[in-house]
Design a protein around this ligand. Structure first.
Ligand SMILES: [Zn+2]
Length: 351
């Protein structure tokens, strides 16, 4: 409708790319740059348009450039958003799911949340808000050591908004700003004022609101920059891409849980069912519950359960005859392991 409702011209993708029919192992041999995927014409086109309408509805003329990259991020200093390339085609989403067990941003709601969050970084890159004294007095110094994988969240804190899982706003001042911006963008002012009434985080929302009032009437300091990890230039194969990511998410777990496993399985029953078999039977339910309550990556949790199963097998543990308490013990233990890992930084999640 208005000039700022700019939508990229639709250049048609090949109707059905030839690689769609390939089996996984054949597809994995392809290079990312040869896939020819684009936002235009994919389901991302509508999601980006919806996100841009949201920006317009808050009165902002700012539109970050959106491009396909290798993961969700906003390149440092550049007012742009990289969206992982696998979201641009259903065949690639299927492959992603098979390789990583989940598709980050694969549903419309999840995608909007990530777009809003990355837009928080992108608008900061455009206006350099975080270099200002008043920004620092509200969010802290952006020079704080950047360690989104080692922060220790306080789940009860009312000093931070809640948008992405794992109290992600608490990871770093830049993430705090991105998350506060995301809430500001998602909700009407009367809604966030109501929802965060009595919270310390309301001060941050009000501050973001005043900064966005400024942004409405001033031109950004940076309007372009290099789109790093542009999918159309990524020469690595999908096989290599997944090998690297799986390695990143599944770091080695030490063997310190041997003693714990013996306690959980109560040194078993000599004639009992194998502990590994019992875990295998319950694996889907276990992984599902832990992912739901810890919000950790499914791939990481599944990998942890697989490693524990393997360890049970090596230790030749058997299950006690009475298995009624076993699934509770296992679920509580695994949730604790996963949560501790979030605190000690062995599980990486950063957006
Ligand atoms: Zn972020």
């Amino acid at each position: 409708m208005e000039a700022h409702d700019h939508v990229e011209p639709v250049s048609p993708q090949p109707v059905v790319p030839a690689w769609v029919a390939l089996k996984d192992d054949e597809l994995l041999a392809r290079r990312i740059c040869d896939l020819g995927v684009q936002i235009a014409g994919s389901e991302l086109e509508g999601r980006v348009a919806q996100f841009q309408e949201e920006l317009a509805s808050r009165g902002l003329a700012f539109r970050p450039a959106c491009y396909l990259g290798d993961e969700w991020f906003s390149p440092a200093g550049v007012p742009a958003i990289a969206i992982p390339f696998y979201l641009a085609h259903p065949r690639l989403k299927t492959l992603e799911h098979r390789q990583m067990l989940e598709v980050e941003g694969g549903t419309p709601e999840w995608c909007q949340k990530l777009l809003r969050h990355e837009c928080g970084h992108a608008i900061d890159h455009a206006y350099r808000f975080s270099s200002r004294e008043d920004w620092r007095s509200v969010f802290g110094s952006p020079e704080t050591e950047y360690a989104p994988e080692t922060y220790q969240p306080r789940p009860y804190s009312k000093g931070f908004v809640r948008h992405l899982p794992n109290w992600y706003a608490q990871a770093h001042p830049d993430e705090d700003f991105a998350e506060t911006f995301a809430v500001w963008l998602a909700l009407k002012p009367e809604e966030w004022r109501e929802q965060y009434r009595g919270w310390k985080a309301l001060e941050k929302l009000k501050f973001v609101h005043s900064m966005m009032e400024e942004a409405k009437s001033t031109a950004p300091k940076a309007s372009r920059g290099r789109h790093i990890s542009d999918a159309s230039k990524l020469r690595k194969t999908l096989a290599r891409y997944y090998a690297e990511r799986r390695k990143l998410y599944a770091e080695d777990f030490p063997d310190f849980y041997d003693a714990d496993l013996r306690v959980i399985f109560e040194n078993g029953d000599a004639q009992g069912e194998s502990a590994a078999k019992v875990m295998r039977k319950n694996r889907a339910a276990l992984v599902g519950s832990i992912v739901r309550w810890t919000q950790q990556r499914k791939y990481t949790v599944d990998m942890l359960v697989r490693r524990l199963m393997q360890r049970c097998q090596q230790l030749e543990l058997t299950a006690p005859r009475d298995q009624s308490r076993l699934s509770y013990e296992l679920a509580a233990y695994l949730a604790t392991l996963v949560t501790n890992h979030l605190h000690t930084g062995r599980f990486k999640r950063s957006v």
